[in-house]
Design a protein around this ligand. Structure first.
Ligand SMILES: C[S@@+](CC[C@H](N)C(=O)[O-])C[C@H]1O[C@@H](n2cnc3c(N)ncnc32)[C@H](O)[C@@H]1O
Length: 195
C-alpha cells in the first residue's frame, strides 16, 4: 500500500503503480559482485529502492559484510523498506546526493549501482545531472544497471536516455524484454564510465 500511495501522490517520481516483479529484480541484481572486489567487501548502491523488491534480491547475492546502501526519496516507502530488515542501510534522500551519502560513510565509490528510477520521465537536464553523479561515484571497473519499460522504448525520451548512456559509458548492453514483468521491462548494463 505504501508503494501505491506514493505512486498516486507522485506519479512522475515513482513511474509505475506496482513494484518490480521477481524476474526483473533478479536480472538487476545479477550484476552485483558475489565476492570480494580487490580483496575487500563490495560497496553496492541501489537508487530508488521503493519498498525493496530489488533490494531483497541484491541482499541475497552480496557476500556477508558487504555495504548495501538503498536510497529512496519517499519517506513512507523508505520506512517500510527499513522495517523489512534486509540488512541494507536505507537512506531517505535524493539520489543526486550520492556523493554526500558515500562520504558520510567514509566511502568514495561504489562497485555496483542499480536503479529502477523513472529515467524517461526526467527532463534532459535531470537525466544528465544524475548520470554525471553516477559516473563520478562509480568505481572505474564497476557496473551500473538501469531498468526501462519496454513499451516506452519508441518514445523520444527513452531514446534520449539510451543516447545519454552511450555518451556516458564506453560499454552499454541492453537486455531482452521481460514480458512477465508488469509493465514489461528490459535493462541496460553499463560499464567503463566516461569521466
Ligand atoms: C519505479 S519505482 C521502483 C521501486 C523499486 N526499486 C522497485 O523496483 O519496485 C521508482 C522509485 O524511485 C524513487 N525515486 C524517484 N526519483 C528518485 C530520486 N531522485 N532519488 C531517490 N529515489 C527516487 C521513487 O520514489 C520510487 O520509489
Amino acid at each position: 500500500m505504501a508503494f501505491l500511495a506514493a505512486a498516486l501522490r507522485s506519479p512522475r517520481e515513482v513511474g509505475t503503480p506496482v513494484p518490480s516483479g521477481p524476474s526483473l529484480a533478479r536480472r538487476l541484481a545479477a550484476v552485483v559482485p558475489r565476492g570480494d572486489v580487490d580483496g575487500r567487501r563490495p560497496v553496492v548502491v541501489e537508487l530508488g529502492a521503493g519498498t525493496g523488491a530489488v533490494t531483497g534480491e541484491i541482499a541475497k547475492r552480496v557476500p556477508p559484510g558487504s555495504t548495501l546502501i538503498a536510497i529512496e526519496r519517499d519517506a513512507g516507502m523508505a520506512q517500510q523498506l527499513r522495517a523489512r530488515g534486509l540488512g541494507a542501510d536505507v537512506v531517505t534522500a535524493d539520489a543526486r546526493t550520492l556523493h554526500q551519502i558515500l562520504a558520510e560513510r567514509g566511502l568514495e565509490r561504489a562497485d555496483a549501482i542499480v536503479s529502477v528510477l523513472p529515467w524517461t520521465l526526467m527532463t534532459p537536464g535531470q537525466q544528465r545531472e544524475l548520470l554525471a553523479v553516477l559516473r563520478d561515484t562509480l568505481h572505474p571497473a564497476g557496473v551500473f544497471t538501469a531498468a526501462a519499460y519496454s513499451a516506452g522504448y519508441p518514445m523520444p525520451t527513452a531514446r534520449r536516455f539510451r543516447g545519454e548512456l552511450e555518451r556516458g559509458f564506453r560499454e552499454v548492453v541492453p537486455t531482452r524484454s521481460m514480458w512477465d514483468n508488469l509493465p514489461p521491462a528490459m535493462t541496460y548494463i553499463c560499464r567503463q564510465p566516461v569521466t
